[in-house]
Design a protein around this ligand. Sequence first.
Ligand code: PGA
Length: 248
Amino acid sequence: MRIPIIAGNWKMHKTISEAIEAGREIEQVVQSSDVEVVICPPFTALSALSALGLTKVKLGAQNMCAEVAGAYTGEVSVLMLRDTGCQYVVVGHSERRELYGETDELVNQKALLALEHGLHPIICVGETLAQRKAGETERLVIGQIERAFTGINKAQVHEVVVAYEPVWAIGTGETASAEDANAVIVTIRQTIAKLYGDDVASEIRIQYGGSVKPANARELMKQSDIDGALVGGASLQAEDFGAIVNYK
Ligand code: PGA
């Protein structure tokens, strides 16, 4: 039984006081939900949110350094994230890949380091519009998964969450149809089955991300293999995010 996980990625939005206000509001609106709820604020708001002691809302970071410590100006390490009390970390978001040149290899290093230090990585994969039009979606996503999971052992896989986020659907208002999203997610699960076996693949949670909103959450969540959502824009308002979490 896979418990759905719905995560809000606030990206570079919200000061500490705004984050506290939104965190409190979200805690209220998701009270009766049985899905796992995570918010990923900017680094600067993690400790303050953690200090609120929210019970229905877990915390995640949006990124981390692939090194544990050292001369890496501007980076934030896994130990510092652990220190804030967060439990998840998004790795390989398409904005990190596109704007900051993150490769599959770097994403893999980050995922391994997160696992080694007890954080759950949310590994993002997904194709661009050009890749989709060229019919390359499956091949690309399979390759991204294989490289991201290199060195992750069988016992660690259930600690990982995968987010399938077609790049063309992020922040554009365009959503993959629920069936198309599910089809790619089935391919991801089959890839994990090839690497680790069917039992492991049937346990891992795979989210869809890309313009998830209250109006489409239910349709997406009712698909056979979609186990949650990674929500950007619609996670900034507690009312919208709550409506997504309460999709049933
Ligand atoms: P969006 O972003 O919901 O605003 O499309 C999703 C994401 O980037 O995770």
